[in-house]
Design a protein. Structure first.
Length: 295
């Protein structure tokens, strides 16, 4: 039987698959001897070991063949035998199952089943499931992936800065290069956010709250650092401003008047298509890079 809702949790026992529609409850109970004494308040408790693991949930059987699936389940329960119970979070162990089948007359071709699972065996071995070691490895792998994305963002940022540094050589190509770099940074940031979200969900599913704190804190710190890096890289894009010339003359006079010197001659020539460099009329609107106030 397959899940009829996307993301439905499944549980298995003796080859039967349950599609769970409620929370899965897993009480952990201890056996305790209680000693009380005359004229004394309270009791003394002595731990006598763990009780058999109980698990409760409600599953749904739905579809044209749901009665056949229910018949298979009842047959397995009626054997009275234990079987391997596959918990979606805590591993597998030997268990016996009791069920209550519920039919609602307003809902056709389906039934819900209340399932009570009880561990069978003393000192039973549990295989698979949650462990601090395996979960730590998975989170560390995700963090390693995030660090690789950060390295890629740093490389893109360096490329953007290098492109700006080469503005004197080819200003128009530089602007295009910086635009491309900004787009690539945004793409990498979206990928980074997706991996951070995946890592957070992994922590929440695999770790108890007190254990997950360190990993989540590290992920949040890495996200902030990555966003700051991306913002700084995109901020390197130069701004192009229009400027009206106040004098009439050859190109070198115009460059000196518009930019304050001849250092930006090649940059100015790349930004503006000058038809006649020997005579540029008064009032011509040209493009210049905005000056860096920190320069």
């Amino acid at each position: 039987m397959s899940a009829w809702l996307q993301g439905l949790t499944t549980v298995k026992w003796r080859g039967v698959t349950f599609d769970v529609v409620t929370q899965i409850s897993d009480p952990r109970l201890r056996r305790r001897a209680r000693y009380s004494y005359p004229y004394r308040e309270g009791e003394d408790l002595e731990d006598m070991g763990r009780e058999a693991r109980p698990t409760q949930f409600t599953a749904i059987f739905r579809g044209d063949d749901y009665l056949l699936d229910l018949a298979e389940l009842q047959q397995q329960v009626d054997t009275g035998k234990a079987g391997t119970f596959e918990h979606p979070f805590f591993g597998s162990w030997q268990a016996r199952v009791d069920i209550t089948i519920n039919h609602n007359p307003t809902e056709r071709d389906q039934a819900t089943v209340d399932v009570q699972v009880l561990e069978d065996g003393t000192d039973a071995e549990v295989t698979g499931g949650f462990s601090i070691e395996t979960s730590t490895e998975r989170v560390e792998e995700t963090i390693s992936d995030l660090e690789k994305v950060m390295d890629e963002i740093e490389q893109v940022a360096e490329a953007a800065e290098e492109a700006v540094d080469k503005a004197i050589e080819r200003a128009e190509e530089v602007v295009d290069a910086v635009d491309d770099a900004a787009t690539e940074i945004d793409r990498k940031m979206n990928e980074c956010r997706s991996r951070v979200s995946k890592a957070r969900k992994l922590c929440e599913q695999a770790y108890p709250p007190n254990v997950a704190g360190r990993a989540v804190k590290e992920l949040n710190h890495m996200t902030r650092r990555t966003q700051q890096l991306a913002d700084a890289a995109k901020a390197t894009k130069p701004t192009i401003l229009p400027k009206t010339t106040k004098i009439e003359g050859p190109l070198n006079f115009l460059v000196s008047e518009a930019t304050g010197g001849m250092d930006a001659f090649d940059e100015f020539l790349a930004l503006n298509r000058i038809r006649n460099p020997n005579r540029i009329p008064h009032g011509t609107v040209v493009a210049v890079f905005e000056e860096d106030p920190d320069a």
